[in-house]
Design a protein. Structure first.
Length: 201
């Protein structure tokens, strides 16, 4: 099992910004901090095409919330991934530690690799500029589970349109009714809240 990749400064910032809300969501309680990476259940999956992060909220206020994020492997300047499971690697880690490590390498090219530190599997991060930065984030290796790492099934969005109770709209509709052979189309923008009325002969 091998993983090694190089991140551009832009990709480091992108990954750091993505992990900021996810780390806050998946963090364990302060009393569990010593072993939070064993409890938070955050998974990182790597394959030649993508990087996937799956996590679940630990705060009672956010109970039941799960998050799924997928980034294209083009974010890496170069990368090498090899494993016996169709070149897929899945690991459990503390997203807060990963984010903290990335925060020390912003605006720098950095490398990521999977290695052992003191006998513990770790995701190692290294950046070299005027000061060399090294981080070893402990991970727990997991078997690839396509169902658990798949994007969540979401129901189709439901949009509703509430027409304003105003005389201008009523007068417009009445004028259109008086014109025979006209097709009327109503459309609404959920972003701007604008209602558009179009009629065609």
């Amino acid at each position: 099992m091998r993983f090694k990749a190089t991140l551009s400064p832009e990709s480091v910032s992108l990954l750091h910004d993505l992990l900021t809300p996810l780390a806050r969501l998946s963090s364990s309680k302060a009393s569990d901090r010593d072993a939070s990476w064993l409890r938070n259940g955050s998974l990182l999956r790597l394959d030649p095409e993508s990087l996937v992060i799956v996590c679940q909220a630990k705060s009672p206020d956010c109970d039941g919330i799960s998050c799924y994020a997928k980034l294209n492997s083009e974010m890496f300047l170069e990368h090498r991934i090899e494993s016996r499971e169709n070149n897929a690697i899945v690991m459990e880690l503390d997203l807060a530690q990963f984010r903290q490590a990335l925060s020390t390498t912003l605006q720098q090219v950095c490398s990521l690799k999977l290695a052992k530190r003191n006998g513990v599997p770790s995701l190692c991060l290294e950046a070299m500029s005027t000061v060399q930065v090294h981080h070893a984030i402990p991970v727990r290796m997991r078997k690839d589970n396509p169902e658990r790492m798949a994007a969540p099934a979401l129901s189709a969005p439901v949009a509703s349109m509430h027409l304003p109770r105003s005389k201008p709209l009523r007068s417009i509709v009445e004028q259109i009714k008086q014109r025979e052979g006209k097709d009327v189309y109503l459309s609404a923008s959920p972003r701007t809240g604008e209602l558009t009325v179009v009629w065609q002969g």
